[in-house]
Design a protein around this ligand. Structure first.
Ligand SMILES: [Zn+2]
Ligand SMILES: [Zn+2]
Length: 88
């Protein structure tokens, strides 16, 4: 799904079917840290993604340089960038 960045979503995520819904997992760009959300009663994949991300984004930080979403360990809060762009 190559429009994920336009939607402001992480580049790494996974969608799996669940009985009557979807399980969406978002990953840190730099490691395997992930957050999973179960979404029910959504027929539209894009809406399901947005809904899942609304909750999951609380656990991620966005780099203001490269746009990557990373976990706390890979984020330099002082400059609001990931540690690939600006090592601590
Ligand atoms: Zn990480
Ligand atoms: Zn970055």
């Amino acid at each position: 799904m190559n429009n994920s960045l336009e939607m402001g979503l992480p580049e790494k995520f996974n969608i799996a079917g669940l009985n009557g819904g979807l399980t969406v997992t978002f990953y840190c760009s730099s490691c395997d840290m992930n957050v999973t959300r179960d979404i029910y009663d959504v027929n539209n994949m894009e809406l399901a993604l947005k809904e899942a991300w609304k909750e999951a984004r609380k656990y991620f930080n966005r780099c203001h340089e490269c746009g990557a979403w990373v976990c706390d360990d890979h984020y330099n809060e002082d400059v609001m960038k990931c540690i690939s762009c600006h090592p601590k």
